[in-house]
Write a new protein. Structure first.
Length: 95
């Protein structure tokens, strides 16, 4: 998954923040900026380091969009858990 230059900058900064033990990162960008693609890339990076990741979305459509992007980034479905009406809660999944 190839990130755009501005996404790469945020990706690099998020990783640098975690390495500096700044563990609570918030990514804000306008509609269409590719936040979900960026999050999928970060999840893939941190999953390879056996870290857990929490992604919060506020719309049902974003739950499905995020799931699709995570799967297309190579994150296995069985690593992804949901806490949402209509899904069986999985509190032990790494994502």
């Amino acid at each position: 998954m190839k990130l755009r230059p501005y996404q790469q900058k945020v990706y690099d900064q998020a990783i640098a923040n975690v390495l500096a033990n700044l563990l609570r990162n918030l990514i804000v960008a306008p509609t269409g900026a590719g936040k979900t693609v960026l999050i999928a890339a970060l999840v893939k990076h941190f999953m390879q380091q056996h870290k857990r990741i929490l992604i919060i979305v506020h719309l049902d459509v974003l739950v499905e969009q995020t799931l699709d992007k995570l799967l297309s980034a190579g994150i296995p479905y069985y690593w992804i858990g949901f806490i949402k009406a209509g899904y069986k809660p999985d509190l032990y999944s790494p994502v």
